[in-house]
Design a protein around this ligand. Structure first.
Ligand SMILES: [Zn+2]
Length: 404
């Protein structure tokens, strides 16, 4: 269904050539020329006495297309690359670059078509594994798992040595095995997938809650909109969570997508509400910190955003038996999934630290801390700058504040 799309675009590229005027041809040096100027010269050369082979012409066009992509003229780049692909259909690199540009444009069907074309060409010369790996990431982020799997398989076929590619591929294959029958409800801000066993009324309630929370949290974080719609997956039961070894006391995960596991027979419960708010907060935290927020800040702030508060007088009882952790210990603990009691203490401490900061410096200071981390500033430096404490002092002062 999709190949004609690529063919049609090749045609568009060819039609475009007719509109390029034939100016006289002074020969300025190749470097520093605008892509438009290079394209014009290419057209003139093609009309000359020694036309290029189809493959050389495609390589020249691809180079020109990269120039357009580099100057942000993505549609133009796509047109030229489509033409290049028409000249050299077996070039895996051109098809892959085309797929990547479509992905960047959010044109998933077209990206998928370019990938399909790669799979159908019998003499395909494969592109570099990194390019296929990036395409896999793009499809995965859009929850197009079959396409992601196909792209990562091509990465392996072209010799990917990065173990992360294999891990991503295997995870996507496992995920694919539990997605059959999922429905999709799409709004501007969310793409909500749900297992067939989840009642439509629950999906609608979840979607409505997410929309409200989105507005509230955007205000809380003083942020712009999140890039692209957020992918949310509502699983009836724990099949997917078991496949990826999420401990059984965890009902929500944010890994770039908001994944929620719940018992569909219970309907839209307050717990489901809270976990949706919590996982959405992770999306903002990751976005605002550009993924530089430490685990304790993620978990503390996500709990704060879902409305959870731990009474200040009760910290003492929790940490009478287990000592409070240092920030670096918490980082290690939050990654370990086995020990429920330790995890619980970690979550409480993470919330405690955020409560301490919010009550003593204001919520805004916590958000500033996130933003300070976004350019790669170390946690210590960000803490010093935004809340005037070191990592060690933060824990000590929280403990004193909580009467420990
Ligand atoms: Zn969390």
């Amino acid at each position: 269904m999709t190949r004609p799309v690529v063919a049609a675009l090749s045609l568009a590229g060819l039609l475009l050539t007719a509109s390029v005027s034939s100016l006289p041809s002074p020969r300025p040096p190749e470097h520093g020329d605008s892509p438009a100027r290079r394209l014009q010269r290419f057209r003139e050369e093609e009309r000359g006495r020694h036309p290029l082979t189809a493959r050389d012409a495609a390589a020249r066009l691809a180079e020109i297309a990269r120039g357009f992509a580099g100057t942000g003229e993505r549609s133009r780049a796509i047109e030229i690359l489509s033409e290049a692909s028409g000249r050299d259909p077996e070039s895996g690199e051109i098809l892959a670059e085309l797929a990547r540009l479509y992905l960047q444009n959010g044109d998933y069907e077209f990206a998928s078509a370019a990938l399909d074309a790669s799979l159908e060409r019998t003499e395909l010369r494969l592109a570099a594994p990194d390019l296929y790996a990036a395409i896999g990431e793009g499809f995965s982020a859009a929850n197009r798992l079959e396409d992601a799997v196909a792209a990562w398989e091509l990465a392996e076929k072209s010799g990917a040595e990065d173990p992360a590619v294999r891990a991503r591929l295997e995870r996507a294959r496992r995920e694919l095995s539990v997605t059959s029958g999922q429905r999709l409800v799409q709004s501007e801000k969310f793409a909500v997938y749900s297992d067939a066993a989840v009642a439509e009324s629950v999906v609608a309630a979840a979607e409505a809650h997410l929309e409200t929370e989105y507005t509230r949290q955007r205000e809380f974080f003083g942020a712009e909109d999140l890039p692209g719609p957020q992918i949310v997956i509502l699983y009836a039961g724990r099949r997917f969570f078991s496949l990826v070894a999420v401990p059984d006391w965890v009902s929500g995960v944010f890994d770039g997508k908001i994944r929620i596991s719940f018992d569909p027979s219970t309907g839209f419960t307050p717990e489901l509400r809270s976990v949706l708010s919590h996982e959405l907060a992770h999306a903002w935290i990751r976005f605002l910190s550009r993924d530089h927020a430490p685990g304790w800040l993620h978990e503390g702030l996500a709990q704060w955003c879902e409305g959870r508060r731990f009474p200040r007088k009760d910290f003492h009882a929790v940490f009478a038996r287990v000592p409070a952790f240092s920030l670096s210990e918490m980082e290690g603990n939050l990654g370990r999934r086995g020990d429920r009691a330790a995890a619980r203490a970690n979550y409480i401490e993470a919330l405690g630290l955020v409560e301490y900061l919010a009550f003593t410096r204001g919520e805004g200071a916590v958000v500033c801390l996130l933003r300070a981390l976004s350019d790669g500033t170390s946690l210590d430096e960000a803490l010093r700058r935004e809340v005037s404490v070191t990592s060690a002092e933060l824990v000590t002062r929280w403990k004193a504040w909580a009467g420990m």
